[in-house]
Design a protein around this ligand. Sequence first.
Ligand SMILES: *[C@@H]1O[C@H](CO)[C@@H](O)[C@H](O)[C@H]1NC(C)=O
Ligand SMILES: *[C@@H]1O[C@H](CO)[C@@H](O)[C@H](O)[C@H]1NC(C)=O
Ligand SMILES: *[C@@H]1O[C@H](CO)[C@@H](O)[C@H](O)[C@H]1NC(C)=O
Ligand SMILES: *[C@@H]1O[C@H](CO)[C@@H](O)[C@H](O)[C@H]1NC(C)=O
Length: 332
Amino acid sequence: MRFSIVLSLALAAASVSAAPRGQQGQQGKQGQQGQGNNNAGANNAGANNAGAAAAATASNSTAAAATASNSTATAASNTGSTSTATSAGALSSADITTNATENNPDAQSSLTLDPRVIATGFLNNGQDVQEAGQVASLTSNNNFINFCLTQGDLPITNGLQTTTGSCNPAPIGTIPSVQNMPSAKFQNPANGGVVPANAPFVITMNINNLDTGNFVNANENYFAAPQQLNAQGQIIGHTHVVIEALSDLAQTTPTNPQQFAFFKGVNTAAVNGAVTADVTSGVPAGAYRLCSINSSSNHQPVIVPIAQHGSLDDCVYFTASGDGATAVSVVD
Ligand SMILES: *[C@@H]1O[C@H](CO)[C@@H](O)[C@H](O)[C@H]1NC(C)=O
Ligand SMILES: *[C@@H]1O[C@H](CO)[C@@H](O)[C@H](O)[C@H]1NC(C)=O
Ligand SMILES: *[C@@H]1O[C@H](CO)[C@@H](O)[C@H](O)[C@H]1NC(C)=O
Ligand SMILES: *[C@@H]1O[C@H](CO)[C@@H](O)[C@H](O)[C@H]1NC(C)=O
């Protein structure tokens, strides 16, 4: 399935700041959060339908399914989803708000690891087949469920954007087929293109295989749930665009990921194949790198089934100039 995504992003000069790290990210995320609530309803409607069907099979009994559903009644979540965590097509899991208990018949509310989900391959450290320089994998007989206990004093990520480091216990989640690996390409600005300085411009992006417009609360649910797929097998998520200022297009020193000229979470799903986001200012004259950051709903970078694949994100290099017409050569 192919979507054409048009992002009209006028880059606000106000967004160009030297705010301390973390704070900028938060600003971007918060902006995304505010916008996104508008779409959440539409997306969840579909997700609920898919999830409801899957709920029965996800749990080992109808009684368990009912338990999971009923916890939704007391839910504080804004998703309104009633699906379970294992529901294909569900935007989010059943809104479980009570603590898990040992031997709960609902696998999603049990503290006991269900033997059906143990990855027995994790017992193998991989050194049975040697390759020069290859190191042994960590191994586990319980899916690393208590891994974070081994990480010293690091706090559990706990849904927060913890700038000082943390350990995240959520599983990676559902992984698409190779046919559903996302890919995309910026159309405008063209690589090597020129935009007028301090003036609005439109970013156009073509994207494949990402069910866009789905994002959770970035301040409370960051990395807090597994990646999920929609009924078509595509990753449910959203994208961001980030613009970083360069010294010039030939810059070879690595950029500082704590600094960027503009960051925007793209919260809207494609409508007729297009997503637009209008901002009204521009970026000052200079050289820039524009990249996408494609993410699952809980903001983790999209994860695909094979190691050797094309880039899941795109970057282009462009210049903002006074008259918008200066030709530039691209070195990247
Ligand atoms: C599912 O429930 C049945 C009946 O209660 C039980 O016999 C079976 O062991 C359960 N399976 C799992 C994997 O818990
Ligand atoms: C769960 O919800 C269903 C539907 O609202 C209701 O019929 C059932 O009694 C509830 N079960 C419990 C345990 O609350
Ligand atoms: C749930 O578990 C947390 C952490 O163990 C605990 O602080 C909290 O009191 C528990 N809540 C209930 C309702 O038992
Ligand atoms: C990521 O999302 C952006 C924006 O939708 C898109 O331009 C880019 O191509 C996407 N990358 C992939 C690999 O899907």
